[in-house]
Write a protein that binds this ligand. Structure first.
Ligand SMILES: Nc1ncnc2c1ncn2[C@@H]1O[C@H](COP(=O)(O)OP(=O)(O)OP(=O)(O)O)[C@@H](O)[C@H]1O
Length: 605
């Protein structure tokens, strides 16, 4: 729709102004005021210049006798003073713009982070999310602040240009089309290439992201071991260089075309200027114009031309601002789909029935594979439930649904008989302490790494040590150089690195810290030695204070102590019961259990 496209920049700026106002009210006002002063003084200087030329022209004319040197001197002094004021307000407004820009940039970063931390998990599975994030980042967090500056500069240049055009018309109106010829083609070229570059940048976002990923692979410590042992480094370097080559070539092609066109346009503008000069010189020589007019023309035509060029640049920048701020706004428009209901129910203070899955099915957004099918399952208060199943059978996906990181595609999950979508999201999620398989390693102190499980606990709280004791982490923490204050990273000074099993115990401590209703442990002992695993599950119920728990484990020796066991196969529950019931049944569970037990017996023998 052409009308809409034409109005689109206005729409973008309208949406952006409240953002600016919110983030730096004082600096926005001050920088706008200083800019207005800059415009005012700039125009006054132009006016005084015209007065000066008029006064000098009078001196050269037939009434030369009535010399008015004091007026000329006053005029020069006033022009000088206004120029000084103009320069001062220009520097001050630059300063205010810088301060405003920094403040707005931090505010925008804060907004980006706010959207990122509340976005649905589903966003992370869509390349569109990463593209939008990358574009928002590329668009520059200072850009919204620049818009006000660019708008005011545009107004300033427009007013000054109009004043200069007025002066030129007083010399000869026929100079006007020449001025237009010197300015307008430049404007069109600028707008065309701004759009062209923007379109190209949008197209190559994924390419840039791919290059960024390779860069991260080569420089991060996460895969440094494999990179060296598999001699992957050179291969990645080549891949990276290849991608950068493509990006560089495409970019250079555009720059080359742009330079060529801009040069042609600049030549045209110069030809226009010299043609105008020749025309005026001819008029002056023929006595149809005064020498003063020629001087004035020389003084202001090039100024008008450079103002025109600035105007063109400003328009180009504003257009660019509209395009790139649009990318930022795209990201800020992200709203989570999993949200609070309109009238959330209070979470029950004392659970009676617990959690129930009723005919729950699930597909990840954007995919057509059903990963969970018609699941019926319950976890009663105080009950320890185990989930067993082969890789990819849907165990972790079930936990994600339970914690409402996703909503089921079909069926219901209830808490004490009420659909979990009826509770306030944060209060509901607060019922669970979870350790995922890919638990986090925070580059922070031991104490903080545990405390991140419950931010209401203070750094020095005894609860942190007690959680570490229950998770079996206390002995090795006490041997660290600074105990609980040891930073767990080698990225910063004084840090120490842990073994994978020790990290897992820290993650377990984090889950045990919070007094939540349910504890969920996804493969909690995958990296623990058998002794540590045995210790953890020996008196597991006391360790978790007799709360309800859901445990996923491939080690059936761990699972047998659960009150109830569900066996998942290809997203469906194929068996359920106590350990004894499942063994007696002689199904998958019983087969898996005897396979594992057989290994142990072989070792024993
Ligand atoms: N984020 C995702 N987007 C799309 N599909 C996914 C996603 N995560 C998992 N899947 C798919 O869902 C299925 C179940 O995965 P899930 O992680 O729940 O299995 P699991 O039983 O926990 O496996 P494992 O024992 O290996 O941890 C798999 O086929 C997997 O490919």
């Amino acid at each position: 729709m052409p009308t809409y496209r034409f109005l689109a920049p206005l729409h973008t700026f309208k949406r952006m102004l409240p953002l600016l106002w919110e983030s730096s009210r004082r600096w926005t006002l001050l920088s706008s005021l200083l800019m207005l002063m800059e415009v005012g003084f700039g125009l006054t200087v132009l006016y005084l210049l015209k007065q000066l030329v008029d006064l000098v022209t009078v001196q050269l004319g037939p009434e030369a006798g009535s010399a008015d040197f004091p007026s000329i001197l006053w005029c020069v002094a006033l022009t000088g003073a206004c120029t000084l004021a103009y320069l001062t307000s220009r520097s001050m407004s630059g300063l205010a713009r810088e301060a405003q820009g920094l403040q707005v940039a931090d505010h925008i970063d804060g907004e980006i982070h706010a959207r990122a931390i509340s976005a649905d998990l589903a966003f992370y599975e869509s390349p569109r999310y990463f593209d939008t994030l990358q574009r928002a980042r590329e668009s520059g967090n200072q850009r919204p602040a620049q818009v006000i500056g660019n708008l005011l500069m545009l107004v300033k240049n427009l007013l000054m240009l109009l004043a200069v055009v007025g002066l030129i018309v007083t010399i000869d109106w026929r100079l006007l089309p020449i001025l237009v010829l010197a300015i307008v083609p430049g404007l069109l070229v600028r707008l065309y290439f701004t759009r062209h570059l923007y379109d190209w940048q949008r197209r190559r976002t994924q390419l840039e992201r791919r290059a960024g990923y390779l860069d991260w692979l080569m420089t991060s410590d996460l895969h440094a071991k494999e990179l060296r042992l598999n001699r992957l480094g050179e291969h990645l370097r080549e891949q990276y260089a290849g991608l950068r080559r493509v990006i560089r070539r495409e970019r250079m092609r555009i720059t080359l075309r742009r330079t060529r066109t801009e040069l042609a346009v600049a030549c045209l503008a110069n030809i226009a200027f010299f043609a105008a000069l020749a025309f005026l010189a001819w008029l002056t020589a023929a006595g149809r114009n005064s020498v003063g007019d020629l001087v004035l023309f020389l003084l202001i035509f090039q100024r008008a031309q450079s103002m025109g060029q600035e105007l063109v640049q400003q328009l180009g920048k504003l257009y660019e601002d509209h395009l790139y701020v649009g990318l930022l706004l795209d990201f800020l428009d992200i709203r989570p789909g999993i949200t609070d209901p309109e009238h959330p129910a209070e979470a029950p203070p004392q659970l009676s029935e617990g959690i129930r899955f009723e005919g729950v099915s699930f597909r990840y957004p954007g995919t057509d594979t059903t990963v969970l099918n018609n699941i019926d399952l319950s976890i009663r208060p105080g009950q320890v439930v185990a989930l067993v199943g082969a890789n990819g059978s849907g165990k972790t996906s079930l936990i994600k649904l339970l914690c409402r990181l996703y909503d089921p595609t079909r069926g219901h999950i209830t808490l004490d008989g009420r659909d979990i979508r009826g509770y306030a999201l944060e209060a509901y999620r607060g019922l669970f302490s979870v350790t995922f398989q890919d638990y986090a390693h925070y580059a922070a102190t031991v104490s903080d790494n545990i405390r991140y499980g419950d931010m209401s606990v203070s750094t020095g709280s005894v609860n942190i040590e007690s959680a570490a004791t229950h998770a079996g982490a206390a002995p090795f923490i006490n041997e660290l150089s600074k105990g609980y204050a040891t930073p767990l990273t080698r990225m910063f000074d004084d840090g120490q690195e842990l073994s994978i099993g020790q990290w897992q115990k820290i993650a377990l401590s984090r889950a045990l810290l919070r007094r939540s209703e349910f504890i969920i442990l996804d493969e909690p002992t995958s990296a623990l030695d058998p002794g540590a695993e045995f210790e953890l599950f020996e008196n597991f119920r006391e360790r978790i204070d007799h709360r309800a728990a859901l445990i996923i484990s491939h080690r059936l020796s761990t699972v047998r102590m659960a009150d109830y066991i569900y066996v998942l196969e290809k997203g469906e529950i194929c068996e359920a019961g106590t350990h004894e019931e499942l063994i007696a049944r002689g199904g998958i569970y019983s087969k898996l259990f005897s396979q594992q037990a057989h290994h142990y017996r072989e070792v024993d023998a």
